[in-house]
Design a binder for this molecule. Sequence first.
Ligand SMILES: C[S@@+](CC[C@H](N)C(=O)[O-])C[C@H]1O[C@@H](n2cnc3c(N)ncnc32)[C@H](O)[C@@H]1O
Length: 211
Amino acid sequence: MPAEHGPLLDAGAGGGWGTRLATRTLPEAHVLALEPSPVLRAVLLSRAAADADCDRVTVGGDDLLSARLPERLGGAPLANLIGHFSPEERDRLRGLLAARLAPGAFAMVNLAEPVEPALVERTRMTDLRIGLRTYTGWAEASPAGPDRITWRMTYEVHEGERLIGRDEVAYTWWTLTGDGLRSEAGRHGLAVAPHGPADAGLFLVGPDVGA
Ligand SMILES: C[S@@+](CC[C@H](N)C(=O)[O-])C[C@H]1O[C@@H](n2cnc3c(N)ncnc32)[C@H](O)[C@@H]1O
């Protein structure tokens, strides 16, 4: 990303792994990392505070669509984010990017499976032992409409055989195919180019991507 033309917008930065990767990869880049979840934002801020490269990171808690953004962006890593936005919100997002991306700049978007509504059987997504405790995460999804699914996540903490805690979270995820992304982006004069290995579902979106 041409970070010399403006800050990078890492929206939905989560716990900040991608933010840290951006600052390490682009030593001149300034990054605006937005994360509305207070819990994840605390992890993000503490990760930034512990990393010398991250003195170029500004952390904010705004929702991307209502945040006060820089007038010019050198790029926008939007990792694992797009499914949080409805078709109408995606339209606003593309308008916002089209107005701000500097020449040569682009957003990076990934389309996570399933890209169309489908049942996803319960799958263990993480299993980590720290000290005496094991932290396990499960994910499953079911169709919730013609263009959306509901993800259900279960997080458990065990110490030996004993269950210490369990949290369950359900949220809507809007599905989008590569063709859908191309046609929506085209309406704002943005081009789309696949990037990296096909199974990553990764796309660059920008005014002169692929030109
Ligand atoms: C699946 S996580 C991805 C985190 C990180 N980018 C990564 O790839 O590891 C999606 C993140 O987007 C955030 N998010 C959801 N809606 C958002 C919005 N409207 N504006 C900004 N961030 C949002 C969530 O709080 C969550 O941390």
